[in-house]
Design a protein around this ligand. Structure first.
Ligand code: 3PG
Length: 209
């Protein structure tokens, strides 16, 4: 998977599950449950103290899943995620410093953008694949659907407030490769170890396209 390009990230699955784990014990089972449902990719967010260990565990024990790190907000986190075994990086926003740090890891990455100017700043670096965040709060389908005429090269993974019900309207847009969302991995399902529920949610999601 070392030749994975940033644009390829948008084609791995109709949905990139955004996962928050509170315990490292949840990491391997949740990744396996998603893969069993047909979703072979995980964005493990760096929002809990166990996140880097969770990435390491999935990278080592669930090779069929492409494990990435989400909520990468600093150069240090970008480096730590790469060292832990992340295969890609996702950030909620993008500054020149953060873009440079993500690029320096050599990993494919999706920098976060929410405006035309932010998307242009990312395009100026030669990078065309990006996250649109927070999607619903930033104008949703209507906003994103306005961009192809002015930014024909930009490709997005909208994330933030999207559900199984609203995902299809995003996936119909010609500048959208996939969407991201946390609905596949509800906190209560992870806490109770209800992996069948995660697999069922993944299967419903995988069938979107
Ligand atoms: C993200 O980090 O992309 C979002 O927190 C996911 O948004 P959601 O929880 O509304 O799906």
């Amino acid at each position: 998977m070392s030749d994975l390009q940033s644009t390829d990230l948008l084609a791995l699955s109709p949905v990139i599950p955004v996962v928050v784990v509170e315990s490292v014990d949840q990491a391997v089972p949740v990744a396996r449950a998603l893969a069993e449902g047909g979703v072979p990719v995980v964005e493990l967010t760096l929002r809990t103290p166990v996140a880097l260990d969770a990435i390491r565990a999935i990278a080592e024990e669930v090779p069929e899943v492409v494990i990435g790190a989400g909520t990468v907000t600093t150069p240090v986190l970008a480096k730590e995620a790469a060292t832990a075994g992340a295969k890609f990086l996702v950030s909620p926003g993008a500054t020149p410093t953060l873009l440079g740090a993500m690029r320096d890891t050599g990993l494919p990455f999706l920098p976060g953008t929410a405006t035309v100017s932010e998307a242009i700043a990312v395009l100026e670096t030669g990078h065309t694949a990006m996250k649109f965040f927070p999607a619903e709060a930033s104008g949703g389908v209507k906003y994103l659907g306005s961009l192809p005429s002015v930014l024909p090269d930009a490709r997005f993974c909208p994330t933030g407030g999207i559900s199984l019900a609203t995902a299809p309207s995003y996936l119909e847009l010609r500048n959208v490769g996939c969407v991201g969302g946390s609905w596949l991995t509800p906190a209560d399902a992870l806490a109770s170890g209800d992996w069948d529920r995660v697999t069922a949610l993944a299967a419903a999601t995988a069938a979107l396209r």
